[in-house]
Design a protein around this ligand. Structure first.
Ligand SMILES: Nc1ncnc2c1ncn2[C@@H]1O[C@H](COP(=O)(O)OP(=O)(O)OP(=O)(O)O)[C@@H](O)[C@H]1O
Ligand SMILES: [Mg+2]
Length: 464
């Protein structure tokens, strides 16, 4: 993308309505624009990051054996009357009446709708286990929408639902989700710690929330500092293996880590004092096992091996996709702007032309642009006439992890400069070496780069 043709309405001044850094930076970097309280338009740069997060979520859900689909945003009130939640859910639910006087609602979550789909089509235990999920907009009429996309009223959520014959099978689904969620967050450059939590209006006994530690987080959390040392990393996990998934779940949840709702001082005080931590965190996901809470009242049964109908055991599992963008920025920024982790960056590297209109500099930038694009990477080339300082400030603000700076002086010596956004360190390289280096950096995120294969068509990531 050439900046002269893009839509990147960056703000020079700090918007006064933004109280926390991620909200401020998302507005300043031209990622979002508020439409109404808690409702945002996703401008091109923000939309690109949102799509990247969605892709990671899809890849990791599909890897775990979960099946993508899409349910509507508007749901029938009658379904919610069946589960008993129509009255229970309260003021957070946006209720709508259509022209025929039928009660509808903008879905805050989808347990009822998915259970209805399930009971309409699945009748035998032989069709289990089954986990279906979608990534869809939700609406919750939050009393205090704030902090930008962190607590919106309209927000994007991945929600998945498992259907199993027995509690034991459903707990395997629970563990499988826990593993796949940790992988998902790690790929986004985040550490999200599973913490024992309260189930709220979803219901059920077993539940963990995933929290990213951040001073601006809305949740109060208590944990053993040793939990922050645990990583999943590159381990291969067989998602069908009950033992492997359980082992990871135990590894990640055995040490003390709880939100304030389930915090227990007596248990906490058994941890050596120097390891006791209380802090704040951003909830970026939650998993639940709730057994037959919905299948019982809604009649979602299957014929068991003995021919008798049994209600299925269910769980639901959510990732706050749009909130994650705020969480990533809270975890990764400096006073100049955002610092995107390589796995989620909207563009892989910036190209800054120090002397637009200089024939040599223009040609070198065009060649770099073509070479990066040819290997499947997306550069953002600042080809505007802005002065160098302004170009650097914009690149720093929007946070691309790498920047290639091209100027007539360097080109005389056959070099360009490759700069890391995170460390600020620069190296001088020939343009060819710079392209090779950037390809190496992104190889873990784009396996075709490591194999030096040509890109067949456009990748899933670049359709935007
Ligand atoms: N108002 C919101 N704005 C943005 N993301 C949200 C919002 N509410 C929930 N989420 C995200 O969706 C995920 C799954 O939804 P869940 O039903 O667990 O939310 P929740 O526990 O009610 O969230 P919270 O306690 O923050 O209100 C949450 O972990 C969170 O990341
Ligand atoms: Mg929650």
């Amino acid at each position: 993308m050439r900046l002269s043709r893009y839509f990147l309405p960056v703000l020079k001044e700090n918007p006064s309505e933004a109280q926390i850094v991620s909200h401020r930076l998302m507005l300043r970097a031209g990622m979002i624009k508020q439409a109404q309280a808690g409702i945002y338009s996703w401008l091109p740069l923000g939309f690109k990051v949102l799509r990247k997060l969605e892709n990671i979520v899809h890849e990791e859900q599909i890897r775990a054996g979960h099946i993508p689909m899409l349910m509507p945003t508007l749901q029938s009130a009658d379904l919610w009357r069946e589960s008993g939640r129509y009255d229970d859910y309260g003021e957070e639910m946006l209720r709508i009446t259509d022209r025929h006087g039928r009660d509808m609602l903008f879905g805050p979550t989808n347990e009822e709708l998915i259970t209805d789909i399930f009971r309409g089509h699945v009748s035998s235990y032989k069709d289990l286990p089954l986990t279906l999920y979608h990534i869809q907009w939700k609406f919750r009429d939050e009393i205090r929408p704030r902090f930008g996309v962190m607590r919106g009223r309209e927000f994007l959520m991945k929600d998945g639902y498992n259907f199993d014959l027995t509690k034991e099978d459903a707990l395997h689904s629970y563990n499988r989700h826990l593993v796949s969620y940790i992988r998902t967050y790690e790929r986004m450059g985040l550490q999200a710690i599973p913490m024992r939590a309260d189930s709220g209006p979803i219901g059920g006994d077993d539940t963990h929330e995933f929290l990213v530690l951040a001073e601006t987080g809305e949740s109060e959390v208590f944990y053993d500092s040793k939990v922050t040392d645990i990583r999943l990393g590159e381990r291969e996990i067989d998602y069908d293996s009950v033992e492997q998934c359980r082992a990871v779940m135990e590894e990640f949840t055995s040490l003390y880590a709880r939100t304030d709702e389930t915090h227990d001082e007596a248990v906490f005080n058994q941890i050596p004092e120097e390891r006791r931590r209380s802090a704040r965190g951003i909830e970026v996901g939650q998993i639940f096992y709730f057994g037959t809470k919905y299948s019982d009242p809604m009649g979602a049964t299957v014929q068991g091996p003995d021919g008798k109908p049994v209600p299925v055991h269910m769980g639901s599992h959510g990732i706050g996709v749009s909130r994650l963008i705020g969480a990533i920025i809270e975890a990764s920024h400096d006073d100049k702007g955002i610092i995107w982790p390589e796995g989620v960056t909207p563009f892989h590297c910036g190209i800054v032309n120090l002397k637009q209109g200089d024939a040599e500099a223009d040609a070198a930038c065009d060649q770099l642009y073509a070479a990066l694009t040819a290997i499947g990477l997306e550069p953002l080339y600042d080809d505007t006439n802005e002065r160098a300082g302004g170009k650097f400030a914009t690149m720093d603000l929007i946070g691309l992890p790498w920047r290639i700076t091209v100027g007539p002086r360097g080109l005389k010596n056959g070099v360009v400069e490759l700069t890391s956004r995170k460390t600020g360190e620069s190296v001088e390289l020939s343009p060819e070496e710079a392209v090779k280096k950037v390809a190496e950096i992104y190889a873990p995120h784009h396996p075709h780069l490591a194999r030096e294969e040509p890109v067949a068509g456009r990748s899933f990531h670049t359709w935007l």
